[in-house]
Design a protein around this ligand. Structure first.
Ligand SMILES: Nc1ncnc2c1ncn2[C@@H]1O[C@H](COP(=O)(O)OP(=O)(O)OP(=O)(O)O)[C@@H](O)[C@H]1O
Ligand SMILES: [Mg+2]
Length: 336
């Protein structure tokens, strides 16, 4: 077996892959959006623009950030299919490191990682994800990383590992972690400094894609067909008027588009707050992670009003999980 030279922590979410690694003792992270379509792109017009044409078996794929034909990844089966394999390899290439044998740590949604009935690891799903990522894939006119080892961790909870340890919680403190991603809402309750995980919850019907889909529909009605990526950029930069008029063609509908987005954000916040209150009525602390966290922070703060500033939006919420997993494994390696 080839020995892996490098280790990467990869939170391969359904809409974005977050990748972290240690470079000369320094923690690095980047976010790679999932936007692939079938068939290949022609060679780039400008020589500094690289084209990424992949093949898996007989199927050809290409990375296309702005295509409105981008294949959907916002479903749970994504965790085990071609698009996931593409997304992980593409993220590795984006690090700019020379392709080499690597070992990776990836993630599965809580409800895929654990059996719903007894909170035990779902070994079948974990094995399935590993096998998927060890499959053959090729890059036209280029080298890919060789994945020699895959570890799988659950989403959400590990994102607050160091935050909890540094925050001086008692052994009785119950912390609710809410992870709002593109496709799923994951929650878990941690007791003390990870002494125990007392409950997990996953809901594949609540995610930022509710807002992104509404944004796409509204954009289409304003003569601007957009990819998921462009629509989600619009959601993020909805307060940046220049950017908005850059992507919404029909100027007369800009305010209407923004209002549709705002309505969906309110709806999403209400849905998350409602589910959270049912799942954990009276936690001592609440941590918000995942790319959707900034969208729902106010709604959750309102739902847990008595907690005040113990409802915390984790900094750089979207990449928190990848960073924490990376640090955790680095410490592990140091101890070994
Ligand atoms: N600051 C922000 N404000 C609003 N939306 C954001 C912000 N940062 C990221 N997002 C959006 O949050 C969404 C979800 O991001 P995240 O990377 O957590 O999802 P994911 O891990 O791919 O999904 P899942 O965990 O459901 O598989 C993306 O659509 C992203 O555009
Ligand atoms: Mg995620």
């Amino acid at each position: 077996m080839t020995a892996a030279k490098l280790k990467f922590a990869i939170d391969d979410g359904s809409t974005n892959v977050k990748i972290s690694w240690i470079d000369n003792g320094e923690l690095k992270s980047l976010i790679s959006a999932n936007s692939f379509r079938k068939d290949w792109k022609s060679a780039a017009l400008l020589s500094d623009k690289r084209v990424f044409n992949y093949a898996i078996g007989a199927t050809k794929y290409t990375y296309d950030a702005t295509s409105d034909k981008a294949l959907s990844t916002t479903h749970v089966e994504y965790q085990y299919d071609d698009l996931n394999l593409l997304a992980v390899h593409h993220a590795l290439l984006k690090t700019g490191i020379e392709p080499c044998p690597v070992s990776i740590v990836v993630t599965l949604p809580i409800t895929e990682y654990y059996n719903a009935d007894d909170c035990q690891r779902n070994e079948a799903n974990i094995a399935r994800k590993k096998a998927n990522l060890m499959r053959d894939i090729s890059l036209n006119r280029g080298q890919l990383f060789q994945i020699v080892d895959v570890e799988v961790m659950p989403e959400s909870l590990p994102a607050v590992l160091t935050t909890l340890v540094d925050s001086g919680v008692s052994e009785f403190t119950k912390s609710l972690v809410i992870d709002l991603g593109g496709t799923t809402l994951d929650m878990g309750v941690v007791v003390g400094e990870f002494d125990e995980v007392s409950a997990v919850y996953g809901n594949a019907d609540i995610g930022v894609c509710m807002v992104t889909d509404a944004a796409r529909k509204a954009m289409a009605a304003a003569d601007s067909d957009a990819s998921y990526l462009v629509a989600s950029e619009l959601v993020k930069r909805r307060q940046d008027r220049d950017f908005v008029s850059e992507v919404v063609n029909d100027e007369s509908k800009i305010d209407w588009v923004l209002q549709k987005i705002e309505e969906k954000i309110q709806e999403l916040g209400a849905a998350v707050a409602y589910e959270a209150k049912i799942f954990a009525r009276n936690p001592n602390r609440v941590y918000l992670v995942g790319g959707g966290a900034p969208l729902i922070a106010d709604a959750v703060r309102e739902a847990y009003a008595t907690l005040g500033d113990k409802v915390m939006l984790v900094s750089q919420a979207q990449s928190a999980l990848a960073r924490e997993i990376c640090c955790y494994h680095a410490e592990d390696a140091d101890a070994a």
